[in-house]
Design a protein. Structure first.
Length: 233
């Protein structure tokens, strides 16, 4: 349930928090080594690719990066994707109920890449979400800005990333908080970070929907604004 303060933190407020490029992965990689990736249903190149195969996707992304002299592929906010059809965790018979609209931003790079806290904050929660096609190991940070709280979610991590964590642990902006997981532990995806902003997390802990249905996109797009507002890619 939304509380009375729900609308005080919004996308316009988030824009004031960071200025310029703010990395969420390996800080040694410059902004000009990032390349946009289209995994939407409109990308006809994907029709010739087995999108259900994490290894096939990893090969596709690696070739894309190499041909564009890039290190990181990124994108996907509010992108409608067919890849989720492979998992019963998302797929429903009713098209309006099918969860296929991506609510975060994906940053695709090799496993074990360092993951950074985008802002100062505290560990809100963490867990290993083990459904096929799910986040795998996940960390959620809570942040306070002008006495308002919001959250950032970091999904598809390595299992080792959850060791030694405790609720309320403080982290600093730019601090290494995790590493990316391999397909065997990250929900069976090519290695990448799912980064998402959440305004009202309700009662969720260690998890929050990262994909929604078309009938729910209005609510979730407001509660989960574009993470690039913070990253400035």
């Amino acid at each position: 349930m939304r509380d009375e303060n729900y609308n005080k933190m919004n996308a316009d407020t988030l824009k004031k928090i960071t200025t310029g490029f703010t990395p969420v992965i390996d800080s040694s990689i410059p902004k000009d080594k990032y390349y946009p990736l289209d995994l939407s249903a409109n990308n006809l190149q994907l029709n010739t690719l087995d999108v259900s195969s994490s290894s096939a996707m990893e090969t596709y992304i690696h070739k894309l990066l190499k041909s564009n002299n890039a290190r990181v592929a990124y994108g996907g906010y509010l992108e409608k994707r067919n890849i989720y059809k492979r998992s019963t965790h998302f797929n429903k018979q009713d098209a309006l109920e099918e969860r296929n609209i991506h609510l975060g931003i994906g940053l695709w790079i090799e496993a074990e890449t360092e993951i950074l806290a985008v802002l100062d904050g505290k560990i809100h929660s963490f867990q290993d979400n083990t459904n096929f096609g799910d986040y795998g190991p996940t960390i959620i940070l809570g942040h306070n800005y002008n006495q308002e709280t919001f959250y950032t979610l970091y999904g598809h991590l390595s299992r080792a990333s959850l060791k030694g964590l405790y609720l309320g642990k403080e982290v600093k902006q730019g601090e290494v908080i995790a590493r990316l997981g391999k397909a065997e532990v990250n929900g069976d995806y090519a290695p990448h970070l799912h980064f998402q902003v959440i305004l009202d997390i309700a009662n969720f802990k260690g998890d929050y929907p990262g994909v929604c249905s078309s009938k729910d996109v209005d609510f979730y797009s407001k509660n989960c604004p574009d993470p690039n507002i913070l990253l400035n890619l």
